[in-house]
Design a binder for this molecule. Structure first.
Ligand code: FES
Ligand code: FES
Length: 151
C-alpha cells in the first residue's frame, strides 16, 4: 500500500489494519509523531489527513483516504511554520513528549480559525494532554502564532 505522506508517495506495507502511527514510525521512519496512550485519549499521535487532525494510533492505514501530514511536514529548518516559531518564542516544551501532537492540533486550529478566542483554543486543544502542564504557554504560543503572517 502507498500513502501520500508530507507530499511524497510512500510504501507503508501491506496490512490495512496497521495503525497509521505504527506505519509512520516503524515503516516510514518518521519518529516525530509519538505513542502516548494508544487509545485516542492523549493526542500525542496527532497528524493531519487532508488538514484535519486525527489520532494516528486509532486510524488504520486502510482507512486513510487523504494526504497525511506529520510534524516533519509542516515546516523545515530553513523555514519553520509560524506555530513552531511561536512555540520557540514562548519556550513551550518541558519534556517535549506531547509537543508534536500539540503543534499539529494548533496548526489545524489556526487553519480553521485564524484568530481563535481563548475558548476556541481551549476547545480545540482539550484532547491534547500534557503531563508537564505546559497549557498556559501553549495558549500563549497559539495567540502569538495568530499574529505571525504565514500559512
Ligand atoms: S497515542 Fe494516540 S491519542 Fe494517545
Ligand atoms: S511537555 Fe512533557 S508531556 Fe507535554
Amino acid at each position: 500500500m502507498k500513502l501520500v505522506i508530507n507530499g511524497n508517495s510512500v510504501d507503508v506495507g501491506d496490512d490495512p489494519e496497521m495503525p497509521l502511527l505504527w506505519a509512520l514510525r516503524d515503516i516510514v521512519g518518521l519518529k516525530g509523531t509519538k505513542f502516548g496512550c494508544g487509545v485516542a485519549a492523549c493526542g500525542a499521535c496527532t497528524v493531519h489527513i487532508d488538514g484535519v487532525p486525527v489520532r494516528s494510533c486509532q486510524t488504520a492505514i486502510g482507512d486513510v483516504t487523504g494526504a497525511v501530514t506529520t510534524i516533519e511536514g509542516i515546516g523545515s529548518v530553513e523555514k519553520l511554520h509560524r506555530v513552531q516559531e511561536a512555540w520557540i518564542a514562548e519556550q513551550v516544551p518541558q519534556c517535549g513528549y506531547c509537543q508534536s501532537g500539540q503543534i499539529m492540533a494548533a496548526v489545524a486550529l489556526l487553519a480553521e480559525k485564524p484568530n481563535p478566542s481563548d475558548a476556541d483554543i481551549d476547545d480545540a486543544m482539550s484532547g491534547n494532554l500534557c503531563r508537564c502542564g505546559t497549557y498556559p504557554r501553549i495558549r500563549a504560543a497559539i495567540r502569538r502564532a495568530a499574529t505571525i503572517e504565514g500559512a
